[in-house]
Design a protein around this ligand. Structure first.
Ligand SMILES: CC(C)(COP(=O)(O)OP(=O)(O)OC[C@H]1O[C@@H](n2cnc3c(N)ncnc32)[C@H](O)[C@@H]1OP(=O)(O)O)[C@@H](O)C(=O)NCCC(=O)NCCS
Length: 171
């Protein structure tokens, strides 16, 4: 049975939630959400973040899902289909293991990302997340060494697409 997940654009109403989530180690280290040092930073982030939705249950927010316009492979090259976009997804620990991210992902596909090839880039040691993306239908495109301002290390890259990744390499 569906758990009434809804997706909402972040507003100041989500400030406390976003600020506390940014202090959770495996969220700030595995996603693009910065570790905010104070609420003003979080307020600013909410006002400028161009993509993404807060994952909400009837009794409050539990996570965030976002689709970025670009896929940041940290300088590495992999064959991706045209128009591919990068997904990120996180839940607060209390909301994990209940199928909410699976449901939020379905909701995302129903609404804003219906025909978009989605790419997930996950640290190799984040095995739970790689397993989740496989369950969601992503197949392995390759492995890269990602390097950027927020860290570096080996990453798994997965793709959810009707279009085969090899299409982009065909002449
Ligand atoms: C990635 C992340 C969102 C996954 O959360 P999750 O709770 O494992 O994912 P789901 O909400 O889909 O739950 C799946 C689990 O719930 C269980 N579950 C319980 N009820 C369920 C239901 N009705 N439907 C589906 N799954 C259900 C599943 O069996 C599964 O457990 P399993 O992994 O032991 O097989 C979470 O681990 C996280 O926020 N990590 C930190 C951020 C991160 O690393 N993000 C990824 C990089 S972008």
């Amino acid at each position: 049975m569906r758990a009434l997940i809804s997706l909402a654009r972040p507003t100041e109403h989500h400030l406390d939630f976003i600020f506390s989530a940014s202090r959770i180690a495996d969220i700030s280290s595995n996603t693009y959400l910065p570790r905010f040092t104070d609420r003003a930073e979080a307020t600013h982030w909410i006002s400028v973040v161009p993509h993404g939705y807060v994952i909400e249950l009837p009794d409050g927010p539990v996570g965030f899902v976002s689709v970025h316009d670009e896929v940041d492979l940290g300088g590495a090259e992999l064959p991706l289909p045209p128009g591919a976009k990068e997904i990120e997804l996180w839940l607060i620990p209390e909301a994990r293991g209940k199928g909410f991210s699976t449901e939020a992902h379905e909701r995302l596909l129903e609404t804003s990302a219906r025909d978009t090839p989605l790419v997930a880039i996950v640290w190799e040691n984040n095995e739970d997340s790689i397993r989740l993306f496989h369950k969601l239908g992503y197949s392995t495109v390759g492995h890269i060494y990602w390097s950027g301002p927020d860290g570096e290390g080996p990453c798994w890259v997965g793709l959810l697409s009707d279009i085969q990744a090899s299409v982009s390499t065909q002449k």
